[in-house]
Design a protein around this ligand. Structure first.
Ligand SMILES: Cc1cc2nc3c(=O)[nH]c(=O)nc-3n(C[C@H](O)[C@H](O)[C@H](O)COP(=O)(O)O)c2cc1C
Length: 308
């Protein structure tokens, strides 16, 4: 009997639906036992978010100071054959509940020398968050064997409106009379995530614990949007710089920090509306020169499961 631990937390239920789709075939497999660990923040995050609370969350998210979790329900001494870490991205970083889990002594016990699969459901920017995740897993002695990612398929310009609207109003849309499609991952994509569970159910029972080869090859586990690579790197750097400045102004409840934060949001929107299209244009013009490097980056970010 092989044991799988699935660690997750979901605010709107989107990531929970993805987890259920993946877990379906695993629960049906006679030789696999699945343990679910749903993270429970001591103080629940608000939903819908207020404007200030939403943006005020970014410095602590980027600086990895998450709100605490209630104690885990799983016995951390249990040895699992595979741990699935299902997380959403917050400000190009793993969300606070997942970060709190990664920082817990229980995670150190559960993940050390264990094969780990990451499962991401987010708007569309996950590359930098997964880089952070890779660093944490390496520090915990875990082996990342697979990564599967589901994103909102609408145009990035549309999701730039629909995702914040969803988070700030609780309504998925469509918005603006239907010109901005509803936010979130398409239901068909969520159902199709069961292919990951099927592949694991087929391979895990006969697999050696030491085996670190991916199980999700040739399943289109991820799609790397190469147009977002540079934007993510620039935005992450900006979050680090502004996050440091905001934290220097005080705790999230400080009025001075909140005023400065409003300035930052204006700066951010102007940046996104100017820098992102300009950098996309520059990238297109330079593409004959950068094609090889971008192809290499794309292969790197697609690891370990790949885009095939
Ligand atoms: C505070 C916050 C920040 C977010 N930042 C990002 C981001 O940087 N990149 C991204 O693709 N999605 C981002 N999202 C969207 C989430 O990744 C996720 O898709 C959404 O919150 C729904 O997840 P749920 O399963 O927790 O309901 C953010 C959401 C929140 C609440």
């Amino acid at each position: 009997m092989k044991k799988i631990l699935i660690v997750s937390w979901s605010q709107t239920g989107q990531l929970a639906d993805v987890v259920n789709a993946v877990a379906g075939p695993l629960l049906a497999a006679p030789d696999i036992e699945v343990v679910f660990e749903t993270l429970r923040p001591v103080t629940p995050y608000p939903f819908p978010w207020s404007f200030l609370r939403f943006f005020n969350t970014f410095p602590e998210t980027v600086y990895e100071e998450p709100l605490p979790l209630q104690p885990l329900q799983v016995n951390p001494a249990t040895s699992f054959d595979l741990v699935i870490l299902a997380y959403q991205v917050w400000f190009l970083s793993p969300s606070q509940p997942m970060m709190a889990f990664l920082q817990s002594p229980a995670a150190a016990q559960l993940l050390n020398d264990k094969p780990v699969m990451t499962l991401i459901a987010c708007r569309n920017m996950w590359l930098m968050a997964q880089e952070v995740m890779k660093g944490k897993l390496a520090a915990l002695g875990a082996r990342l064997v697979d990564n599967a990612v589901l994103v909102d398929r609408a145009h990035p310009a549309a999701t730039f409106i629909s995702t914040p609207m969803w988070m700030l109003t609780g309504k998925r849309g469509p918005f603006l009379g239907g010109s901005v499609p509803a936010a979130g991952i398409p239901a068909d994509d969520i159902l199709a995530a069961s292919r990951f569970g099927e592949a694991i159910a087929r391979q895990l029972p006969a697999r050696d614990m030491r085996d670190s080869t991916p199980m999700l090859k040739n399943l289109q586990a991820v799609v790397v949007n190469e147009r977002l690579i540079a934007s993510e790197k620039i935005a992450r750097r900006s979050f680090v710089i502004w996050g440091k400045a905001l934290r220097a102004l005080g705790s999230p409840s400080s009025i001075l920090r909140q005023l400065f934060l409003c300035l930052y949001v204006v700066f951010l929107v102007v940046m996104i509306l100017t820098v992102v299209p300009v950098s996309a244009l520059v990238k297109r013009l330079l593409s004959p020169l950068t094609r090889t490097r971008i192809a290499q980056q794309r292969c790197y970010y697609a690891l370990p499961s790949g885009e095939d």
